[in-house]
Ligand binder design. Structure first.
Ligand code: PGA
Length: 250
């Protein structure tokens, strides 16, 4: 696991964008795994800039999102469908037929989850997966205690996650209680993973991820077992890490 520490959020976002762009240029029909949340917004902004100013071409790219709230329709302004189109897809030339996001309104959730897993396999698997990290160490909506081999499924959100996300809703009662999420096993099958972390409230989770034992109580710690995982963290998120374990990007 490579741990890169950047001076701030902006540099973290640009460092991640460089790597995503390199993948898209090397393999124009690559499969990207994408994340939502505040953290990757700067990454998407930079990729949009690269598309507009440098012609970065997403026309053959396929994308799979990590998760979606159960019960929110795609047009709800807090759904992850809405987030992805507003912050990224509508600004680039991705083919909407190649965009996959879990369906929070699926009638049969179990069947949908199986279909999602199969779809990832049918397109050849994820080449590069982007992840954020929850303040409790979750990746996607795999909360502490999730099975390390888990696949796409419905999960109950922890109170701490609902509290973290309440800032986007008018009250915590409106934050959905369930989500569909790729599993830790699904995520670990990506050829390459980049985890982004920004801000002091991620410092403790990041320390456990990098220096702690591999445990279901900190799902992100599973990345220690991945062959090609890079963590890009800003100084604040990295503030508790052992200085000998980190690198500064050139
Ligand atoms: P954030 O969420 O980017 O909004 O902090 C990350 C996460 O919960 O995975």
């Amino acid at each position: 696991m490579l741990v890169l520490v950047t001076k701030d959020y902006d540099e973290m976002s640009k460092e991640a964008a460089k790597r995503v762009a390199a993948m898209v240029r090397k393999k124009p029909d690559c499969v990207l795994g994408l994340a939502t949340g505040s953290t990757p917004i700067g990454l998407y902004k930079e990729l949009v800039r690269m598309h507009k100013e440098e012609g970065l071409d997403f026309s053959k790219v396929t994308t799979f999102n990590l998760d979606e709230y159960v019960g929110l329709p795609p047009e709800h302004n807090q759904s992850y469908h809405y987030f992805m189109w507003e912050n990224f897809f509508k600004h680039i030339n991705v083919d909407p037929r190649n965009v996959y996001i879990p369906q929070g309104m699926a009638e049969n959730v179990d069947e949908f989850c199986e279909w999602y897993e199969n779809r990832i396999k049918e397109v050849g698997g994820i080449d590069l997966q982007i992840l954020g990290i929850g303040s409790n160490g979750h990746i996607a909506f795999n909360e502490p205690g999730s099975s390390l081999g888990s696949r796409t499924r419905i999960k109950t959100l922890k109170e701490s996650t609902r509290r973290d996300n309440a800032r986007f809703f008018s009250s915590i009662d409106e934050v959905p209680k369930y989500a569909i999420t790729m599993g830790i096993g699904t995520i670990m099958e990506a050829q390459e993973i980049i985890l982004l972390a920004s801000g002091k409230n991620k410092a403790d989770a990041l320390k456990k991820t990098v220096e702690g034992p591999i445990t279901a109580m900190c799902p992100a710690s599973t990345l220690q077992l991945h062959r090609k995982a890079t963590i890009i963290a800003d100084k604040e998120a990295a503030s508790l890490l052992d200085k000998e374990l980190i690198e500064i990007p050139k």
